[in-house]
Design a protein around this ligand. Structure first.
Ligand code: CUA
Length: 339
């Protein structure tokens, strides 16, 4: 008899170590430090709900433990009944009204905060930076209103409203754009668009995750929002426009890393998708275009909708870096008919 409670207690303590590790690994119980007014409001809601949840937890668990100890079986007769109590109007009114009040407070607070989360910039003048955000298998494609393209890394100017139009190409699947230091999660829906607005108030790189399971490389849809001073942002945007017009390898590398390498491997040795060493498609601009636009076999049409500048840039990057090829063991039909 004596050993069993001891073993149970030790097992319970050992189990408690697991959530501790999980909490530490996720940065604690707190939401990430907000980098925009929207995220601040989301954090405010989180803390209010956590406070009530903590209160309710204590109200339930503390009496539960006290009663379990106080009224434990002390070896008495199991058939003896306790005193029969019936009805307590005050208690019953209290445990009905208190939850109603709590839910009302939480609901009212959320509705009070909500407008400022979805539309934080109403009071601000000046033109917002407009960006179309495309969720695609398995990368994020950002198109600025001047046509400039960025892959997986969205740059935004500090303190300026950004209007993001979230969508996915018709042929693609649901993804969910989630930069939790800046705003809430929002789905990107094939063929449809929704808009969110954010005003970044802190410089830095903030992680973007895909919050909707979208296929084998769902977890590879990790990107970032890089918030930089406005003049730096403008310089970068000008540079990107030139890179795109010139079909430059810098943009090509971004496309390769974001759209191709996650499956074919950074060194073309093949991971989820076939290896590409020595594949003639890497040298042939027309064949390359055909492959990325149609997506043969199990390959998603990663390049459908790309501008000529992007296709040229990818070709230029591959010619310079990978197409020379070690002539290796890559299949001639490496792209295709996945099995
Ligand atoms: Cu895209 Cu998950």
């Amino acid at each position: 008899m004596g050993r069993q409670p001891l073993v149970a207690a030790l097992a319970a303590l050992a189990a408690l170590a697991l959530p501790a590790v999980a909490v530490a690994g996720s940065g604690g119980f707190a939401p990430p430090e907000p980098a925009s007014p929207s995220a601040e409001r989301i954090a405010d809601i989180y803390w209010l709900i956590l406070a009530f949840a903590g209160l309710v937890l204590l109200l339930v668990v503390v009496p539960l433990v006290l009663f379990a100890v106080r009224f434990r079986n002390r070896g008495g007769d199991r058939d003896v009944e306790g005193p029969q109590i019936r009805g307590n109007t005050n208690l019953e009114v209290a445990w009905t009204l208190v939850p109603v009040v709590i839910l009302f407070v939480v609901g009212a607070f959320v509705f009070y905060k909500l407008p400022g989360i979805t539309d934080p910039a109403r009071a601000q003048d000046g033109r917002p930076v407009e960006v179309t955000v495309e969720g695609r298998q398995f990368y994020w494609r950002y198109v600025y209103d001047g046509g400039e393209v960025a892959i997986d890394r969205l740059r935004l100017p500090l303190g300026v409203e950004a209007e993001l139009r979230l969508t996915a190409p018709e042929h693609d699947v649901l993804h969910s754009w989630w930069a939790n230091e800046l705003t809430g999660k929002r789905d990107t829906i094939p063929g449809q668009g929704t808009t969110i607005r954010i005003v970044p108030t802190r410089e830095g790189a903030f992680t973007v995750r895909c919050g909707e399971f979208c296929g084998v490389q769902h977890s590879a849809m990790l990107g970032a929002v890089e918030v930089v001073p406005e003049d730096e942002f403008r310089r970068w945007l000008d540079e990107r426009r030139e890179q795109q017009l010139a079909g430059s390898p810098e943009l090509g590398e971004e496309l390769w890393t974001g759209a191709c390498a996650k499956c074919h491997g950074e060194d073309v040795a093949g991971e989820l998708a076939p290896p590409l060493q020595g594949n003639p498609v890497l040298r042939d601009a027309d064949a390359l275009r055909d492959v990325v636009v149609t997506g043969p076999g199990e390959m998603p049409p990663v390049g459908r909708g790309w501008t000529d500048g992007e296709l040229d840039a990818l070709t230029a990057y591959l010619r310079e870096n990978l197409a020379g090829g070690t002539g290796g063991d890559g299949g001639e039909d490496g792209e295709g008919d996945g099995g």
